[in-house]
Write a protein that binds this ligand. Structure first.
Ligand SMILES: Nc1ncnc2c1ncn2[C@@H]1O[C@H](COP(=O)(O)OP(=O)(O)O)[C@@H](O)[C@H]1O
Ligand SMILES: CSC[C@H]1O[C@H](OP(=O)(O)O)[C@H](O)[C@@H]1O
Length: 408
């Protein structure tokens, strides 16, 4: 039995790191900084300047960091995150940090230090282009979604994985914050007062709520593949040559389109926020074009890889029925559009905003971008059944964004 759980501090995290086998030389003088900037956990960056070795220790707190002890939260999320990262290392090697150790009692994972990378959201706010991003995320999505699904596993293996990743408390957060609270006057909501009229019109939009209810049901009931579950641009670290997905503590079995949609939503939130950030018209136009191309290439790369994996690995004769793969891909696309819409609206209306919008200091500039995000989000949910390709999705997003600017 290990020791009873204790939240680490900068000193005890160093003591812990020192006990890790084969990581640091015995005589190392370790330096440590807590660098967590997410909503939930502690993240310690531990370095031995003499040898240049370093690790990250990520530890779950028994509550949500952003709210405090009044919001208790399962420590099991650290097990989920560690086990998901281990599987991702098999299915998508090179696209996630390596895991050096997991400690169930202490609810922590010791992993590869990616401090030479930057959080993608920050890079995109600074209008940096990442040439590998679309291809790497296409590969990550195709491989993790395919290899965790019914199409690659035996029925017994698949059911065992579903059981392994039962994650009710983290799913409950998403069910509330993404699919419920933004659609009524919930206490957790927090939005710019300048967009109250638009938010109230969403609360009254019964047609929209019916569609969101369908997406919520798909999220809760369709255990299709192991999802990352929170694949926003704050969960991806990048350099020009490398892409790494971090933070899969929301992992569970759900509909494939949810991960694709999460990524799209965060690309589109960056897209609608561009006008509010400094830069001339040409800079804004050309960065938007890069976002558009990346979002589209990410889908086309995902689809072609997924089809290739299918051709190579699918054995169940029913999955090979002509047209069935097309049906699967079509549903992932339309689900992804709908989930992207929900994820855009939640970041404007609900708890846990995104820096792309929050960093717009001028409240009226921010309101302009937020209104745009709501319009795009609504359209993606309401019109998703008319979308049959990534080109359709991007045409819809970009046409709403440019129409609104002409009106503004
Ligand atoms: N492997 C890593 N290497 C370097 N920095 C990391 C690593 N994992 C996390 N971080 C840093 O810690 C921050 C919070 O990590 P994250 O996993 O997103 O925590 P949370 O679950 O609380 O959102 C990230 O934004 C990033 O700056
Ligand atoms: C109180 S949890 C809110 C929000 O935070 C999570 O993001 P992250 O772990 O990257 O900080 C997730 O998106 C939750 O919905």
């Amino acid at each position: 039995m290990g020791e009873a759980y204790q939240a680490l501090n900068e000193q005890t995290a160093v003591n812990y790191a020192r006990r890790l086998e084969g990581v640091f030389p015995e005589e190392a003088v370790l330096e440590n900084r807590e660098i967590g900037d997410g909503n939930l956990n502690l993240v310690f960056h531990i370095v031995d300047p003499a040898s240049g070795r370093s690790v990250i220790i990520k530890q779950a707190l028994p509550y949500a960091r952003v709210v405090g002890e009044s919001w208790p939260l399962t420590l099991d999320r650290a097990r989920i995150e560690g086990e998901a990262l281990q599987l991702y290392n098999q299915w998508a090697p090179g696209l996630v940090p390596k895991v050096f150790a997991s400690d169930r009692e202490q609810a922590l994972t010791v992993m590869e230090d990616l401090s030479d990378h930057i959080i993608l959201r920050k890079g995109m706010i600074g209008r940096t282009r990442y040439p590998r991003l679309a291809e790497d995320m296409a590969a990550f999505l195709a491989r993790t979604l395919f290899f965790s699904s019914e199409y690659a596993l035996t029925p017994a293996e698949k059911k065992a994985r579903v059981r392994q990743f039962i994650n009710p408390e983290m799913c409950d957060i998403t069910e509330k914050l993404v699919f419920t609270d933004p659609y009524y006057d919930a206490e957790t909501n927090s939005f710019n007062p300048l967009i109250r009229e638009e938010v109230e019109s969403i609360w009254k939009n019964e047609g929209l709520k019916r569609e969101v209810a369908q997406l919520k049901e798909a999220f809760m009931a369709r255990a299709q593949a192991l999802l990352h579950g929170d694949l926003h641009t704050g969960s991806i670290m990048v350099t020009a040559e490398s892409t790494k997905v971090i933070d899969p503590e929301f992992a569970f079995y759900g509909p494939m389109g949810f991960d694709v949609g999460a990524l799209w939503a965060n690309f589109f939130l960056s897209y609608v926020s561009q006008e509010g950030h400094p830069g001339d018209a040409e800079e804004i136009r050309s960065y938007r074009e890069w976002i558009r191309d990346t979002a589209e290439a990410m889908w086309t790369g995902f689809e072609s890889r997924f089809r290739a994996l299918w051709q190579e690995h699918v054995t169940d004769p029913m999955w090979t029925a002509p047209g069935f793969l097309d049906d699967v891909i079509h549903q992932v696309l339309q689900d992804a559009a709908g989930f992207a819409g929900c994820k855009m609206m939640r970041r404007v209306i609900g708890l846990a905003p995104v820096a792309d919008l929050e960093s717009l200091e001028d409240a009226s500039e921010r309101a302009k971008a937020e209104k745009l995000a709501l319009e795009v989000g609504k359209a993606l949910v309401l019109r998703r059944r008319n979308l049959h390709s990534a080109e359709d999705v991007l045409r819809l997003v970009c046409s709403i964004a440019s129409k609104q600017e002409v009106q503004a």
